[in-house]
Design a protein around this ligand. Structure first.
Ligand code: RRO
Length: 291
């Protein structure tokens, strides 16, 4: 099931969604067994910002009948410590490393892209564009103009593949996708989580510390399918499809809608080996459908 994606040769088409699998913690928990049976064909890091961030106050999670809602708020150790402490550990994984970066200004994203450009152990960068630009107030990935300006700033800074992770919280995701393609994106990934809210049943106040949260899991699978289908018909770029994938059939559906790779997110919290299982199920389904 080997696939080539942005010049990366991968063993199979299943990777992880950013922030849904902590490979460093998994290595501590499972030891070398993790390296022998790594669940994904490439590893996408959690989001890195230039400055250290504590993340949102609790509560950070709310379980839904068909998924999960999170308001994590990008806690991370910041660019310098990620480069010094985490990247060497991630580089020891048996698959290519894709680093997910986010910034709230073009300058901040540029600083991260420049810093990772010099690191041969980084195979590609994924730009998380769900953050509002502090200068304009517009969510970079929800506005075609904003996204074009961002890509025009960062594209010249690296020859590495730039995967733009689109937000589903946009008026027309296909229009944003076309803007990303025109401004030099190498690939697109979608969907990120959909904005939602839960109320504390006693106080009636928002349950999540961040007020609203991102809905993921099977509840959003049909939305992911529709958005991947729409984007795939609007651009020529390779696509990483994700949203509620729990089994090989879900992965196959996203590929039939136009995805080249499929990412697993929420399902990995239930089953850390889900990536390998889904890849094997997908392999079986593709073999059957080829007959
Ligand atoms: O950290 C988060 O709360 C978070 C991020 Br950066 C994201 O891109 N998507 C999400 O559901 N949560």
């Amino acid at each position: 099931m080997s696939v080539t994606f942005c010049n990366l040769v991968l063993d199979h088409p299943v990777i992880n969604g950013s922030g849904t699998f902590d490979a460093i913690a998994a290595r501590r928990a499972f030891g070398d067994a993790l390296l022998e049976r790594f669940p994904f064909a490439a590893f996408v890091s959690k989001t890195v910002t230039v400055a250290t961030r504590q993340g949102n106050p609790p509560e950070r999670l709310w379980e839904l009948p068909g998924g999960l809602m999170n308001s994590i708020g990008l806690p991370n150790k910041g660019l310098e410590r990620f480069l010094a402490e985490d990247l060497p550990e991630l580089a020891a994984m048996p698959v290519p490393v894709i680093v997910n970066v986010m910034g709230c200004s073009r300058g901040e994203v540029s600083a991260s892209v420049e810093a990772f450009d010099g690191r041969p152990d980084v195979a590609a960068l994924e730009l998380n564009v769900s953050c509002p630009n502090v200068e304009t107030g517009l969510v970079m990935g929800a506005d075609p103009w904003e996204l074009s300006r961002l890509l025009e700033a960062v594209r010249p800074l690296t020859a590495k593949p730039l995967i733009v992770k689109l937000t589903p919280n946009a008026t027309d995701v296909a229009e944003v996708a076309r803007a990303a393609e025109a401004a030099g994106a190498s690939a697109l990934s979608l969907i990120n989580t959909l904005r939602g809210m839960a109320l504390d049943p006693v106080s009636g106040e928002p349950w999540l510390g961040g007020g609203t949260g991102g809905v993921s899991g099977p509840a959003i699978r049909a939305i992911a399918l529709a958005q991947v289908h729409s984007v795939a018909r609007s651009v020529e770029l390779p696509i990483v499809g994700m949203g509620g994938v729990q089994c090989g059939q879900d992965a196959l559906d996203l590929m039939r809608a136009g995805a080249d790779l499929v990412a697993v997110g929420t399902e990995s919290f239930r089953d850390p080996a889900a990536g390998l299982r889904i890849a094997a199920e997908l392999d079986q389904l593709l073999a059957n459908s080829a007959v």
